[in-house]
Design a protein around this ligand. Sequence first.
Ligand code: URA
Length: 303
Amino acid sequence: MSDARDRLRQYLEQRREMGESEFVLDSMSVDDALKVLASGATRAAPPAPVRSSGDGPPARGAPAELPRASRTEGVTEDWKSIVGAPDGSEADKPKAPKAAKRPKADEPGAPVVIPPELAAAASLADVAKAIAACKACSLSATAINHVPGEGNPNAKFVVVGEAPGATEDELGRPFVGKSGDLLTKILEAIQLKREDVFICNVLKHRPPGNRNPTDPEIAACAPFLLRQLEILQPKVILALGTFAAQTLLKSDSTIGQLRGIEHTYHGIPLVATYHPAALLRNPNWKRPAWEDVQLARRILDRA
Ligand code: URA
């Protein structure tokens, strides 16, 4: 029992670090819950959480809301064997926290403008050529290769990461380092192969030393991603990590606040989750990441 209590305390502390202060459908705050835990007092079990993006239909995280049997059923064991068991058992699983802020849906007329020459790019290969020729920021001068993205030109599932790392820069391919290995396993856990999906990044050239991208670099690259998505017309986007999620959703919220719910990017359903590199560092995030990719899979299945 004290083990379960310790896990719950760790979980709550982690949620608090990520800026979350409230439970859903419960008057008790995270701080209050931590105080109760510290004092050893007990409290009646609160009702099950209901989560919604707040901008549209309720989030489709709850099994009862599924429009039809999910093709992710039965893959939990696969996930465990692939990425390792999520921490904690079902019995001591704490409630999912409420997103602290309304997610910002992308509106028509959003500031990303596709220049006419890029709008004329009719295929992903054309966009890749335009990326190869781009000199709009200094990254093309420091990078070895451009990394436009790769995958199925008819993909209905698109993965968007932050920016190429060293291995990706050397090979001109996205997510081929350690994070990429984990991403491949995550996709397999929801019965997708790399060749089924399209994988790309917000930035198409590596920032030197993997430093954070600057606002002008993001602005220079944004039309490429948007044009890729216009061509692909995916049914769901999986945004990996804080940077991709905040950039696509034009939000300052933490990834802990943005994950777990369905957003939209230019009308396309978007699910944000932890970056594979973060999962490698913090196994506590495997459980929420698993919930997120299952949500993305359900959105794909309902399409
Ligand atoms: N991290 C990313 O965000 N993208 C990659 O392509 C590789 C690592």
